[in-house]
Ligand binder design. Sequence first.
Ligand SMILES: Nc1ncnc2c1ncn2[C@@H]1O[C@H](COP(=O)(O)OP(=O)(O)OP(=O)(O)O)[C@@H](O)[C@H]1O
Length: 224
Amino acid sequence: MIELADVHVRLGQRDVLRGITVSLPERRVGVIGANGSGKSTFARLINGLARPSSGDVTVLGLDTRRHAARIRRRVGFLFTDPDAQIVMPTVAEDVAFSLRRKGLSREEVEHRVQEVLARYGLREHADHPAHHLSGGQKQLLALCSVMVLEPDILVMDEPTTLLDLRHSRQVADLLRGLPQQVVVVSHDLALLEDFDRVLVLDQGRIVADAEPEAAIGHYRKIMS
Ligand SMILES: Nc1ncnc2c1ncn2[C@@H]1O[C@H](COP(=O)(O)OP(=O)(O)OP(=O)(O)O)[C@@H](O)[C@H]1O
């Protein structure tokens, strides 16, 4: 469960989020809106990467201001730019790096890394330099590094931006099958078509909150 209570975020001179109150028990929640409307900031609030200037954000029963480290262990976050998340030279090493704090045996780490790489179609790239992957493959690698930790909630900031149609569909299928709650910020409206709920942000406020068709319809109207 994700709950925001009268959340304001001020960055520099700008009120980026202005009085957001929402409870999100649904499994798949989409967030759409114009450039600069506050979507990424909203996403970052959920795993404690951004802090409210006022108001409260509670995730899995924990206040994100007081429990940022615990929240980050349980809420996986995928950035728009996968390069921001790649830290090790090879694909397999990068995924294994995520598991470093788990205290697992070398065999168990290897097993989990190979399993997740196979699941997302990267097994044959295991020993390749991570920075030589295509943009889409890097996005899949970032996903592997997050999913190998089995987070309770997955937050994704524009996960299909670099993906071709086949890989976008793969991400859509993946989101459909995941047991975790997922919150996805996206300009890819097709990705959100069968979500449970979609929020529309405009100038730091929620201006629509509905099932996808109605929310996307509202978004199209304010953008026309
Ligand atoms: N650290 C910061 N300092 C000042 N302003 C910031 C900072 N971070 C973001 N902003 C501003 O806050 C506003 C909202 O940014 P945010 O990235 O949340 O929007 P967004 O809806 O995700 O946009 P996009 O669709 O372009 O990714 C933007 O105008 C941005 O310039």
